[in-house]
Design a protein around this ligand. Structure first.
Ligand SMILES: [Zn+2]
Length: 304
């Protein structure tokens, strides 16, 4: 008997959704390692999971999401406190993997999950260090073009009548996405620098937009740049309100301090990096924005 995916999925509709969530939580656990080790130039495979005190963490203390709560955020070996962010990253990855699974056919869903994992790693490394490593952006972009060639349906290309033809078209479309994504944000940054007469944008964002363009195409890239600006505006408004309510102006107000201690006005990447906002906008596009936008985009394209 051959395993029939479709009839199994119909009989147990929540089985694969559950697998997507749990798999996402496990990937999130791995992303925590990536987020911690990659900026330090350490290997992400060896040594295995170990506590900051150097002792290895047993598998039963390393269960995604659950272990943090079972251990109440403290290491079993030495009682050292661990941030709830570890459990948050695992839960977040599980939820976006689940949403991706429910939005797309299986093969496209897996391609989308790879993008989401890269975006989550980039987001938290950027929040911690104000950089996005090339190993994520540049190699993620290369992976995005290759995956596009393997899964032409990611960009809506048919594999009929010839798979290779669909592959070439999808990979080419992905490369256009890289160029438009990177080019658009590069030029916005260059213009902002010319107007503001100071550094306005990190090159990490230019490379991140290449990655996003490879997976989401040029329409997704354009959505992400402008969506990222909107997310950033909301971010600052919420941060400012929270700052006002808690009375901590310096932390959240528009006039933030740079890590060097010099006071700046609202410049992208001054205190809060732009990468996470781009990542949020890209995730919104992947997990529903594309669908909402498609009919409008068709009308715009018809006018052209
Ligand atoms: Zn320890």
């Amino acid at each position: 008997m051959v395993f029939d995916f479709q009839s199994f999925d119909a009989a147990f509709p929540w089985f694969f959704a559950g697998v997507a969530f749990l798999g996402g939580a496990m990937v999130g656990s791995f992303l925590n390692v990536v987020i911690y080790r990659v900026p330090q130039g350490k290997s992400i495979v060896s040594p295995g999971s170990h506590c900051a005190c150097g002792r290895p963490i047993a598998w039963h203390d390393n269960i995604p999401i659950l272990s943090w709560f079972l251990l109440r955020g403290k290491a079993r070996c030495c009682g050292r406190p661990y941030s709830i962010r570890y459990a948050f990253v695992e839960t977040l990855t599980g939820l976006v993997f689940l949403a991706c699974w429910l939005t797309y056919p299986p093969v496209i869903a897996v391609a989308g999950m790879i993008l989401l994992a890269l975006l989550i790693a980039a987001t938290f490394i950027d929040l911690d260090h104000m950089i996005i490593p090339d190993s994520i952006t540049i190699w993620g972009t290369v992976a995005g073009v290759l995956i596009s060639g393997l899964v032409p349906s990611l960009h809506g290309y048919s594999t009929e009548p010839l798979y290779l033809l669909g592959s070439i078209r999808a990979a080419f479309y992905a490369m256009i996405g890289v160029m438009i994504g990177s080019g658009l944000i590069l030029w916005i940054g260059l213009l902002a620098e010319a107007v503001l007469r100071k550094e306005a944008m990190g090159f990490g964002d230019v490379k991140l937009m290449g990655l996003i363009g490879a997976f989401l195409g040029w329409q997704g890239a354009i959505f992400t740049v402008f969506g990222g600006a909107i997310v950033g505006t909301l971010w600052f408004v919420v941060a400012m309100l929270v700052g006002k309510l808690t009375g901590n102006k310096n932390q959240a107000a528009l006039r933030a301090e740079t890590p060097e201690g010099e006071e700046t006005d609202l410049a992208m990447g001054a205190q809060v990096p732009f990468g996470p906002m781009l990542a949020i906008a890209a995730a919104i596009y992947l997990l529903g924005g594309r669908e909402v936008l498609a009919p409008y985009l068709e009308q715009v394209m018809a006018i052209w």
